[in-house]
Design a protein around this ligand. Structure first.
Ligand code: EPZ
Length: 420
């Protein structure tokens, strides 16, 4: 298993390009199951989850021609489409559930492994299933698999989600795209990655329209056209580099991401003490020595503060003056990084879904264990300000979602090495 060795402390300086978004690419790739015609997708990040999704599509019978250098992929339909998504692929990546909507609407049949819980929470898919049922899908859970069928085309309906869910919104958009009639989705997630999925499908001839802040109208079409699409930049990678700049009192020019999409995060970073200048697809961010604490930082659905940046902000608040509080509202168990941060010298108390961070911490390098994707990157950030050597084990978690992290950090002045 690979590990990182980081020698800190360091100051990040220079220019960094943001890779394509993992969480936008995954539903877009799943949506290629809706097509009879070829699809070309570019700006795909070279990360493990994308490899897993491409393997899943291949296992379902799609032909996948990936050009890793160009970060693009051409996907063609073959004659033999299978409709069973295996446990071995879905267990390593929960986004595997995103093939259910496309398979059931296009092929009227799907057997997809039911994703289990994961370290950060139970993460059920009940809202995906009940909403698809309203469109006409029937299903049974047998031996860990969702066995789904539809007698004929799915039928458009009005669906009001009782909980805002990114994945359920995406699955329903894809399913409704080829359903008969009109579907109205209410109380949808409105993450930029969902807008990217809609832009992709509309470019191919789908009829999807925003009809309110969290409402979407989808008029079913018979088929989708051949299309080329460039995936948006990665919102969470961009936020992570912004935090890294402020944390290390560094100075970064971050390119390839629209700053308007992370307005909440940038406002918070300014409150903490960052100097920020933005222009089209560029953020210039500088950190200073003295940082301010945040009294009440809470994760919430977009456009509020994202759970996927909670761990990174926690590291930053360890360096701030005074006491900060973070409330995690999305996942039940997303403070896995706290124990490891304490090993570096952090003073954090956790009670239920709240963490109280006593600021002004100085970190000493130590050997650490990654637990999930965002917790792992938080450990890397912490190692950047720790004195001496830190070893971060099990970075396969990180490889699921950060493209060339160590290469990017090295260019910005970090002493980081990957050990195989
Ligand atoms: C997406 O997961 C992201 N994954 C996650 O990113 C992200 O943390 C999450 O949205 C929240 O922003 C991808 O886009 C591939 P949800 P998703 O359905 O769709 C509950 C990362 O680090 N819920 O919006 O699975 C659920 O348990 C990852 O890149 C139900 O109860 O998240 C959670 O508490 C991790 N029933 C909340 O809703 C359901 O049927 C939000 O989950 C569905 C969800």
């Amino acid at each position: 298993m690979d590990k990182f060795i980081i020698n800190g402390p360091c100051k990040l300086k220079g220019k960094v390009n943001i890779s394509g978004s993992k969480n936008a690419s995954l539903p877009i790739l799943a949506a290629t199951l809706l097509f009879d015609k070829p699809v070309e997708i570019s700006n795909l990040p070279g990360v493990k989850d994308i490899e897993t999704m491409l393997k899943l599509l291949e296992s379902l019978g799609l032909k996948v021609n990936r050009n890793k250098k160009k970060k693009s992929v051409k996907i063609f339909k073959s004659k033999k489409i299978k409709t069973q998504a295996s446990y071995s692929l879905v267990k390593t990546m929960r986004a595997g559930i995103l093939v259910l909507g496309p398979l059931i609407t296009k092929y009227k049949k799907a057997i997809t492994s039911l994703p289990g819980g994961c370290l950060i929470g139970e993460r059920p898919v009940n809202h995906h299933l009940s909403a698809l049922k309203k469109l006409g899908m029937k299903y049974n859970i047998i031996k860990g698999y969702i066995h789904a069928t539809a007698h004929k085309n799915l039928n458009g309906k009005k669906i009001i989600f009782s909980k805002i869910s990114v994945g359920a919104t995406e699955n329903l958009i894809m399913a409704a795209c080829l359903a008969k009639g009109t579907t109205i989705l209410k109380n949808c997630a409105i993450e930029p990655e969902i807008r990217d999925l809609i832009n992709f499908l509309n470019k191919a001839g789908a009829k999807i329209k925003w009809i309110g802040r969290r409402s979407i109208k989808i008029t079913g079409v018979k088929s989708l056209n051949q299309v080329k699409y460039k995936v948006m930049g990665d919102r969470i990678e961009c936020g992570t580099f912004c935090v890294a700049a402020v944390l290390t009192s560094g100075n970064l020019q971050i390119k390839g991401f629209d700053p308007k999409l992370i307005r909440t995060e940038l406002t918070l970073l300014k409150k903490i003490g960052a100097k920020i200048k933005t222009s089209l697809n560029e953020i210039n961010i500088e950190g200073k020595k003295n940082l301010n604490s945040l009294k009440n930082l809470a994760t919430k659905e977009y456009p509020d503060f994202p759970t996927d940046l909670q761990a990174q902000f926690m590291v930053l608040l360890c360096r701030a003056n005074g006491i900060s509080k973070i409330t995690e509202n999305i996942f039940e168990n997303r403070f896995l990084h706290v124990g490891e941060l304490r090993r570096l010298g952090a003073k954090i108390n956790v009670k239920n879904n709240q963490a109280v961070i006593l600021g002004n911490n100085s970190f000493q390098g130590a050997e650490l264990m990654s637990s999930d994707l965002r917790a792992s990157v938080a450990l890397v950030l912490a190692a950047l300000i720790a004195k001496g050597k830190s070893i971060i084990n099990r970075i396969y978690h990180l490889d699921r979602g950060y493209e060339n992290l160590e290469i990017k950090l090295k260019k910005l002045g970090v002493k980081i090495k990957r050990i195989h």
